[in-house]
Design a binder for this molecule. Structure first.
Ligand code: SR1
Ligand code: MG
Length: 405
C-alpha cells in the first residue's frame, strides 16, 4: 500500500528534521502551509532559534483550484524534483537546490527563497528588475541547449525524453492553452462583456490554423527539456538575483514554449499597467521597460545560445554554415507564436493572472483584457512571418495604439 497522504504541518516538520545537516538537534521548528498556487501544498518551516528556513512542497492527487473531480498524477512531483535537479546542475545560481525528497509522498524539500519576491507580485507593485533579462536569458540558453541534441549525447537525450514523459500535465497545456480558448468549453472563464472577443477566437480560421500548427509542435517536437510553465509566478526575484521554481510541467518540447512563456507574462503585465500606474509619462516608462525587457529576454537567450553552440555543439553537421541561423529563426517564430497563445489563455481560459484579474476598476480591467487579446492574436497571426525580435516592439505598440484610440 502506498504511504501517500497529504501531510499535516507536524508531519512536514518531522520530515525536514531528518534531513542531514540542515537543522540542529536544538531547532525549534514552526511550520505554515503557504501554497497559493493551483496544484500543491507548500510548507514553510522555520527554526525560531537560528532563523534558518526551508520549503517542503507536496503534490496533491488532484487539481487544487478545481477539486477532487479533476485527478492528477503524483508522478509529477518526481518529474518536478528531477527537473529542478537538472536545472540546478546547469544553473546553480538561478535554481534552488533540492535538499531532500520522498517520491512516494510526492514531496520535495528545497532551499527557502523568502528573501526574494514572486516576480508577478513585484511587477504588480511597480518594481523593475534590471538584471532579469540577463538572468533568465542565461537560464533559458543553458537549460535548453544542454538538454537538446545539440548539447548532449543524443542517446542519453532519448533516455531523458523517457524520464520526462508528462502526459497529464501536458494535457492541461494542450487543453487550456492550445485548444479551449478557440471553442466553447466549461473550463473557459471570462466576463460576458468580452463575449464579442471570445466569439472571434472561436471562429477565426486563420488564427485556428496558426494555433493548430503550434499545438502540433507542442505535442511532437522533443527539442529540449522544458520548464513547461515559466510564467512570472514561477520566478522569484530581487534586484540582484533571479530564481526559477516549479517545473512540474517539465517535458521534452519545443524551446520556444519556455521563452514565449516569459515574454507572454511580461506582456500581460504591460497590458495591465493602467491598473497599476497613473500618469501618462510613468505609464509610458513602465511599458517601455516591460517591452524592452521582453525583447532583451530573447536577445540574451540568443547570444548565449549561439556562444554555447559554437563552443560545445556535439553534432558535426550542426556546424554546417547557415544551420544555426535557421534553427534560431525557427525558435524565434515558435517563441512569438507560443507567447501569443499564452497571453490569450490567461484572459479566456481557466487560471488567470493577478496582474489583470485584481485591477479594481472594471473599465480599466476590460481595456487591459482587450489589449492583451489584441496583442496575443497579433503574435499568433504573425509568428511564421517574424524575422527579428525587434518586430515584437512594433506589433505591441501598434496593438496598443489601436486599442487606446
Ligand atoms: C489546472 S492548472 C492551471 C494552470 O496552472 C499552472 O500554473 C499552469 O499554467 C496551468 O495551465
Ligand atoms: Mg506552478
Amino acid at each position: 500500500m502506498s504511504k501517500y497522504h497529504p501531510l499535516t504541518t507536524e508531519e512536514a516538520i518531522e520530515f525536514v528534521k531528518n534531513i542531514p545537516g540542515f537543522f540542529s538537534q536544538e531547532a525549534q521548528l514552526e511550520c505554515r502551509e503557504i501554497g497559493d498556487g493551483n496544484l500543491n501544498l507548500v510548507f514553510h518551516i522555520t527554526d525560531s532559534k537560528s532563523n534558518k528556513s526551508i520549503i517542503a512542497k507536496q503534490a496533491l492527487p488532484y487539481v487544487k483550484i478545481v477539486g477532487e473531480s479533476w485527478p492528477l498524477s503524483l508522478d509529477r512531483a518526481r518529474i518536478e524534483r528531477e527537473a529542478l535537479q537538472q536545472e540546478h546542475q546547469l544553473c546553480p545560481e538561478l535554481v534552488p537546490a533540492v535538499l531532500g525528497y520522498d517520491d512516494e509522498l510526492a514531496l520535495t524539500v528545497m532551499e527557502d527563497l523568502s528573501s526574494h519576491t514572486i516576480m508577478r507580485k513585484g511587477l504588480i507593485e511597480g518594481n523593475t528588475y534590471p538584471l532579469f533579462a540577463n538572468h533568465i536569458g542565461e537560464f533559458l540558453a543553458r537549460t535548453l541547449f544542454f538538454t537538446s541534441d545539440l548539447g548532449m549525447n543524443q542517446q542519453d537525450k532519448k533516455e531523458l525524453v523517457k524520464r520526462f514523459i508528462n502526459p497529464e500535465l501536458c494535457k492541461i497545456t494542450e487543453d487550456l492553452i492550445l485548444d479551449e480558448p478557440y471553442r466553447f468549453s466549461d473550463n473557459n472563464n471570462y466576463g460576458v462583456y468580452i463575449e464579442d472577443e471570445a466569439a472571434v477566437l472561436r471562429t477565426d480560421q486563420v488564427l485556428h490554423l496558426e494555433v493548430a500548427l503550434l499545438r502540433e509542435k507542442f505535442m511532437t517536437r522533443t527539442e529540449a527539456l522544458l520548464h513547461g510553465d515559466l510564467h512570472t509566478g514561477s520566478i522569484f526575484v530581487t534586484a540582484e538575483s533571479t530564481k526559477v521554481i516549479d517545473p512540474e510541467f517539465a517535458f521534452y518540447g519545443p524551446m520556444g514554449f519556455d521563452i514565449g512563456a516569459v515574454i507572454a507574462n511580461l506582456l500581460l503585465n504591460y497590458a495591465a499597467q493602467p491598473g497599476w500606474t497613473s500618469g501618462e509619462k510613468a505609464l509610458k516608462e513602465k511599458r517601455d521597460w516591460l517591452l524592452e525587457t521582453a525583447i532583451q529576454v530573447w536577445e540574451q537567450f540568443e547570444s548565449r545560445f549561439r556562444t554555447l553552440w559554437d563552443k560545445h555543439v556535439t553534432d558535426h553537421l550542426a556546424r554546417t554554415p547557415g544551420y544555426q541561423d535557421l534553427y534560431l529563426q525557427k525558435v524565434l517564430q515558435d517563441t512569438i507564436g507560443f507567447a501569443g497563445c499564452k497571453v490569450i489563455r490567461r484572459i479566456i481560459s481557466l487560471s488567470h493572472v493577478a496582474d489583470i484579474d485584481t485591477i479594481a476598476d472594471p473599465d480599466i480591467k476590460e481595456a487591459a483584457e482587450r489589449l492583451a487579446l489584441a496583442i496575443g492574436k497579433a503574435l499568433v497571426l504573425c509568428n511564421r512571418k517574424l524575422h527579428s525580435i525587434r518586430e515584437l516592439g512594433d506589433i505591441v505598440r501598434t496593438a496598443t495604439a489601436i486599442q487606446t484610440k
